[in-house]
Ligand binder design. Structure first.
Ligand code: XMP
Length: 514
């Protein structure tokens, strides 16, 4: 069965993903594709999907900049409704011979629009609406066949439509929550303008994933790297359901796992009936990391060694296929948009070599977003601790130890991390935090323990609130909780004399320190 589908043409905007997710929230399938797709390619996509609408995303360019991304103007006469958002809005005007002027200053933040004509995408809204703007250029003049639907003080043409064809432009971002009635605007487009049926569900992707694993692997053996994170856990359970004992999940303990993690993963997945190999490879990784302080080198070494271990196991058990937990944002971010059918190895551990020799690589979650994976994980009966686990970097605690990694430091950061985790979980702050953890800095400071001078390590604590990890804010944790954590760390870990709290948002600071 083909699903009604909205294609999102990606002009590189930071919210392109959000548009597709919002559409999916209405149970209508949405796929992000590169903006330079040709009408012929769109036609070919009709074999897979019922393409009922096209949304042109925002993007960082100006229509006048050199190499500004454009669409083939024939897209506007295919008979498929088009909605341009921000850059997409300007681009429609530009290629239709309207006039876009380069703004002297950016309009950024919440703006009030006045709706001049509440039809189409703007049906059933108030005469004034609060919307989220983030643009430099503005549409200044429209060609004859278009009409204005809304304006703001700074943008005389904040929304428009074609008088005869289903083509709309919005200067603002309906997909962002700060646009109060943004979902209503998208719904107007998806259902009112494009006449989509809400006939798509995440579960449909499960059937597709299972079928694909069956078709490719057949009765041969497959292997997959299980980190215990939500994506690889869900993919492993799905693959086990399909392949049974022909699937071997491999958990590599590189020595930089959190306290109790290898045991937790082993017990959980064995309980779920999975064929699991736990490889203890701590010494191997530590040896390779001797003397290394550069974070990127650390990541590369860990990634490289990880794959060596993994390949050895695959060879031993005679696995010809690799299954991976790659999800949609991973694929988009690793730039495989144009050639998405090409076999390419993407792995959650940063720094892995890009090609691994397997007969085939299958990514059953490749069209899913994190929240969809969570739903799937719940349907598959994964325990809540896995479904709601905090993200953890592939290189593990090694990127939370600044400077050279040693066994002693790994143990220290592991124990500090455990204290942070226990206290946060006791304090009921957990629900609102995206991640909370300890970092062992390479700064030593003077302290006093008992009656004597102490000279020891500084631990930094990080706790952030975030939705998708693209941006994050440091959490304003109560001092009483910070105090308990600081006291426990310095009391229970004699080598640590100081605890500091990281008050940096992302951007500019990333979530992890390395
Ligand atoms: P940053 O530090 O870039 O991290 O703000 C964003 C999110 O990604 C996680 N992270 C990783 N996840 N492999 C992963 O699977 C990695 O190498 C890696 N590095 C960072 C990080 O914990 C945060 O949630």
């Amino acid at each position: 069965m083909k699903f009604d589908t909205i294609l999102v043409f990606d002009f590189g905007g930071q919210y392109s993903h959000l548009i597709a997710r919002r559409v999916r929230e209405y149970n209508v399938y949405s796929e992000i594709i590169p903006c330079d797709v040709t009408p012929k390619e769109v036609d070919a996509l009709q074999k897979k999907y019922n393409v009922k609408g096209i949304i042109l995303s925002g993007g960082p360019s100006s229509v006048y900049s050199e190499n500004a991304p454009k669409i083939d103007p024939r897209m506007l006469v295919l008979g498929i409704p088009v909605l341009g958002i921000c850059y997409g809005h300007q681009l429609i005007a530009h290629i239709s011979n309207g006039k876009v002027i380069v703004g002297k200053r950016r309009e950024y933040g919440v703006a009030r629009i006045t709706i001049d004509k509440g039809i189409g995408v703007l049906k059933d809204l108030g005469s004034k609406e609060k919307v989220w703007m983030s643009h430099g250029d503005t549409v200044h003049e429209l060609p004859e066949e278009y009409e204005i639907l809304a304006h703001t003080e700074n943008s005389p043409i904040a929304a428009f439509r074609h008088k005869k064809r289903a083509i709309y432009g919005l200067q603002w971002h309906p997909e962002v929550i700060h646009t109060e009635n943004g979902m209503k605007m998208l719904r107007n487009f998806v259902f009112g303008v494009c006449n989509c049926k809400a006939n798509w569900k995440t579960e449909k992707l499960i059937e597709k994933g299972i079928q694909e694993i069956k078709n490719v692997v057949g009765n041969k053996k497959a292997i997959m790297a299980l980190s215990g994170g939500i994506d690889s856990s869900t993919a492993s359970v799905l693959a086990t359901k399909t392949l049974g004992k022909n699937l071997t999940a491999v958990f590599v303990d590189h020595g930089f796992m959190r306290e109790g993690e290898p045991e937790f993963v082993k017990a959980t997945f064995e309980d779920l009936g999975m064929n699991l190999i736990l490889v203890k490879a701590q010494k191997r990784f530590l040896d390779k990391l001797k003397g290394i302080i550069d974070p990127e080198k650390k990541r590369k070494i860990i990634g490289g060694e990880f794959i060596r271990v993994f390949e050895e196991i695959a060879k031993n058990i005679g696995a010809e296929y690799l299954i991976q937990g790659t999800i949609y944002p991973d694929r988009i971010e690793s730039g495989i948009r144009k050639h998405s059918d090409k076999i390419k190895s993407h792995h959650n551990v940063a720094g892995l070599p890009t090609k691994i020799e397997f007969k085939g690589i299958i990514e059953p979650l490749r069209d899913m977003y994190k929240d969809e994976v969570r739903k799937l994980a719940e349907t598959l009966g994964l325990p809540q601790e896995i479904v709601w686990r905090q993200p953890f970097p592939g290189p593990g605690l090694a990127v939370r130890i600044i400077g050279e990694v040693t066994e002693e430091k790994a143990e220290l950061v592991r124990r500090a991390d455990k204290i942070v985790t226990e206290e946060i979980e006791k304090s009921e702050l957990k629900e609102r935090l995206w991640q909370y953890f300890a970092v062992l800095t390479d700064t030593k400071t003077t302290g006093v323990k008992g009656d004597s001078r102490a000279y020891g390590y500084t631990v930094a604590m990080r706790a952030v609130e975030s939705k998708e990890a693209m941006t994050a804010t440091f959490s304003k944790i109560p001092y009483s909780v910070l105090e308990r954590i600081s006291t426990r760390i310095t009391n229970e870990l004699p080598l640590i004399t100081r605890v500091v709290y990281d008050i940096t948002h992302k951007p500019p600071g990333t979530i992890e320190w390395e």
